[in-house]
Design a protein around this ligand. Sequence first.
Ligand code: CP
Length: 309
Amino acid sequence: MLKSKHLIGLEHFPISDLNKIIDTSFKFKEILNTESRKSILLKGKTIVNMFFENSTRTKISFSLAEKRLGADSINFSASTSSVKKGETLKDTVQNIESMKIDGAVIRHGHPGSALKLTEYIDGAVINAGDGSHEHPTQAILDMVTLKEKFGKIKGLKIGIVGDILNSRVARSDIFALKKLGAEIVVCGPSTLLPGDAKRLGINITYNLNEVLNWCDAVIALRIQLERMHLGRIPSKREYHSEFGLTYEKISKLKKDIVIMHPGPMNRGVEIDSKVADSDNAVILDQVLNGVASRMSILYLLLGDGDIKL
Ligand code: CP
């Protein structure tokens, strides 16, 4: 069991809980590799997946994780609900809560919405991304992928490239990597890098080749095209030329590095297809590990004991 009742973010999450989730993810990966791919560890539990913002990977991954654990799950999309008629978050979740649920997964555009939800419902709350605040389950699946690839996280050199300022993935990855003892360098245009790098305990560079030559693994972030109108980058073409992971840049490196991306990718902007589809890329492993990680998170927050395989 975990010390925490909810998973809202990794900044203040106990390291023992983080390690337990990561280690248990590997046990669930073993279950996913069996013929049935199923267990009944959460039989009788009801979980509601509340998505107030678009998602492909996270939404499907949570649904699949719940099915693989034998839980009953309900999917709620704001775009087809009474939220469209003006119903508030509080009224929406209190109505759902009154139908007797054990846990809620929430994605919402506003930072702090997952924490707010803990005030309205009794069950466990899992943050599936809240605005530019945190995306803890993405960071956990990234840690599982790194540990699977390198056998450890402590001492790894990790580069994170792109829009660090607005990225909930970058924030959660930084908190997780720092807790687990990795070194981090972030890279991107000055307009997209955080002003509090010192507080976050990370180094900054504006030179992509420098970070690529230094790191063991690089995480390319999605350029949020919906923010292009803010003028933080001159154009997609210039961004690609300075900060895009191109085959030319990667093939010149003296050692192989692991390529990661949380998705969705803008091919030809932050990453070229030849790099995203290369043997060094673990992008689809990240997706599979997302199911195992979310099974681990759900089981440890809602289940009744340590998993025995
Ligand atoms: N990585 C991620 O959160 O993807 P989705 O937005 O598709 O869920």
